[in-house]
Design a binder for this molecule. Structure first.
Ligand code: PHE
Length: 440
């Protein structure tokens, strides 16, 4: 069977951007940036995305297109030996991340419902904390929403590359930007918004430290969906004419812009109502509803906000599932529908202990971590950096001529390609090894 292809370059860019923009950009970025030196963090984050991030993204896309295969097969076709293991780690990471990503995706659906019901429209942050806690520790409801979210993702992936993923992205990504702009307009016109803006943008260089750099790098690679075979898989559906430099530049620019916009959307509102931005992950599910409760028309804005979060999460989870499904289709010659159903079922099952570990199973821990946190640690702190270092070495040292041919179209290597090679050969492995050592 012929390999699936994107219908248009725009579709490809939006799908890849959809993968990148997710809970990382909208949930994590605002509070991490706010508590890590504001503008200073922003600057460093942007620089990382545009240097090493760009090099690795182009590298992944070029690998996938050169081989025309999914994550594992790409390494096998281009080099063989033990390298396919790197692809395999990527597939595994996608599988593991998807299981708890889907649990959180389910929370966003639940919160759309809770916004409609008006239940969370109170400005009492304590009560909101209780609502959030009793929801995520409940043994049943989060699993229902987890199943719902995984079902939505499944439906898109069964639809296929063009009809499912591409069409969804072409429709939802513009919607995401419009929603953000509406919410930002609301946030910035609140009295007191300026303080939040200043807090977010003023660079505090005293906060620059090794740990902060490592946070910035980790978040950059996570939010660009790098090092786990996603851009390899998406790259394998790109036609030979498409320019991968400009495509990756688009993806990175849109992602970075979204992170910035997410800060503009969240922080001024948080400040305007006198909340503390350093509440961390709870900012989204606890502080934001309190903010909406105090706005005129807050209910509408709450629904829009959680819908936006759902959209961001869905276009990312689709890419996580697609990597695994594409691997199963190519390696085991299974049809798309069967592959997607099988993988989804397994992911759903794995998500159950992840969700329960926040509640009734919280006393079962490994290395002091509940199952949810263990999955997060194993993937984002351990396996992702390992995959990224190996990817950078593979691109920079093992198959560079293939990459160069794929990206330069046969012409003499332009300066940006040489810079990219330097990033892949030296800078990326050194930086990522630093992250790894720090995490351990
Ligand atoms: N990039 C996505 C986000 O920011 C998360 C993600 C990571 C998706 C890795 C796919 C792969 O939420």
């Amino acid at each position: 069977m012929a390999r699936s292809q994107w219908g248009s370059r725009l579709g490809f860019i939006l799908a890849a951007t959809g993968s990148a923009i997710g809970l990382g950009a909208i949930w994590k970025f605002p509070y991490v940036a706010a508590t890590n030196g504001g503008g200073a963090f922003l600057l460093i984050y942007f620089l990382i995305c545009l240097s090493v991030g760009l090099a690795l993204m182009m590298g992944e896309m070029a690998l996938g297109r050169a081989a025309g295969n999914s994550a594992v097969g790409t390494f096998r076709d281009l080099r063989g030996g033990r390298w396919p293991l790197v692809g395999f780690v990527g597939v595994l990471v996608c599988f593991l991340i998807y299981s708890f990503y889907s649990v959180v995706g389910g929370w966003t659906i639940a919160y759309i419902g809770k916004s409609f019901g008006g239940e969370i429209l109170t400005s009492d942050a304590k009560e909101l904390g209780n609502i959030f806690n009793s929801f995520i520790t409940d043994p049943v409801m989060p699993l229902v929403y987890h199943g719902l979210f995984a079902g939505l993702t499944l439906a898109v992936v069964i639809g296929g590359v063009q009809k499912g993923i591409e069409n969804l992205s072409k429709f939802l990504m513009p919607a995401l930007f419009v929603l953000m702009l509406v919410l930002i307009a609301r946030a910035l016109t609140l009295p007191g918004a300026a303080d939040g803006l200043l807090y977010f943008l003023t660079p505090d260089f005293s906060k620059v430290s090794g740990a902060m750099l490592i946070d910035a790098m980790g978040l950059a690679f996570f939010s660009l969906s790098l090092g786990m075979g996603i851009m390899i898989t998406y790259g394998s559906y790109v036609d030979k004419e498409a320019n991968l430099l400009s495509s990756s530049l688009w993806v990175i620019a849109l992602t970075v812009l979204t992170c910035f916009l997410a800060g503009l959307m969240v922080l001024p509102a948080v400040f305007a109502f006198g909340f503390d931005p350093s509440t961390g992950p709870g900012l989204t599910f606890v502080t934001m509803p309190a903010v909406f409760a105090q706005m005129v028309g807050g209910q509408l804005f709450a629904v829009l906000f959680f819908f936006l979060l759902l959209v961001a999460a869905l276009t990312s989870s689709v890419s996580l599932l697609e990597v695994v499904v594409s691997f199963v289709i190519d390696e085991f010659k299974v049809g798309r529908k069967a592959a997607a159903l099988g993988v989804s079922l397994l992911v759903f099952l794995l998500g159950i202990p992840a969700s329960l570990s926040l509640g009734i199973w919280s006393e079962y821990t490994v290395f002091g971590l509940g199952f949810f946190d263990l999955l997060d640690f194993l993937t984002s702190k351990l396996l992702m950096p390992v995959g990224e270092v190996l990817l950078a070495i593979f691109v920079g040292w093992k198959v560079w001529p293939v990459i160069e041919a794929e990206l330069s179209g046969g012409a003499r290597a332009p300066a940006w390609l040489q810079a990219m090679r330097g990033f892949c050969r030296y800078v990326a492995p050194a930086l990522i090894a630093g992250i790894l050592v720090h995490n351990l």
